[in-house]
Design a protein around this ligand. Structure first.
Ligand code: FES
Length: 172
């Protein structure tokens, strides 16, 4: 899928332009400032908008290609808005041995996305991490900050349905 073209710099959202200006004021003379500025942008938006990268490139003289290199190297950074509900499957050793791969496969099938992706309606974001510190509960996952353990693939439908049901109730 091709990304939409970016607006010219002068047509960028003034609030975003101001935000990047503040970031620069705060970080411009500090070591490792590019990554710190990207962290700050992500903390504010939940991801790093392309417009923000472009403004940053323009203001710092760092090429866009270098900014994207940093953004794609670190798993932490997101390039698209996160999903409303985060489903994080632990794929550390204990969980892996107890079938985390099957949980992930079931979720990927049910959501129609792969690890690291967000559903088109932005309702779910699916990702894996290495050990969430609850190995005794393996295989475990975290759904919207709640840790769930001793799971089997058959639990996945109910977990997703529960979220969808709550969303539908909130819409009424
Ligand atoms: S390996 Fe999954 S919680 Fe530790």
């Amino acid at each position: 899928m091709n990304a939409a073209p970016l607006p010219p710099l002068e047509e960028m959202d003034p609030a975003l332009t101001e935000e990047i200006g503040q970031c620069l004021d705060q970080w411009k003379d500090k070591e490792g400032n590019l990554i710190m500025m990207l962290h700050e942008i992500q903390d504010r938006h939940g991801f790093v908008p392309r417009e923000a990268s472009l403004l940053l490139a323009e203001a710092t003289g760092v090429p866009m290609a270098r900014i994207y290199e940093v953004l794609t190297f670190y798993h932490y950074f997101k390039l698209v808005p996160p999903g409303k509900h985060n489903v994080t499957v632990c794929n550390g050793t204990a969980c892996y041995l107890k079938g985390a791969g099957r949980l992930l496969a079931e979720l990927e099938t049910r959501l129609g996305i792969r690890d690291g992706d967000t559903t088109e309606d932005r309702l779910f974001h699916l990702e894996t991490v290495r050990c969430i510190g609850c190995c005794g509960m393996a295989p475990a996952m975290v759904v919207d900050h709640k840790t769930l353990g001793k799971l089997s693939p058959t639990d996945m439908a109910g977990i997703l349905e529960g979220i969808r049901k709550r969303e539908a109730e909130n819409d009424q």
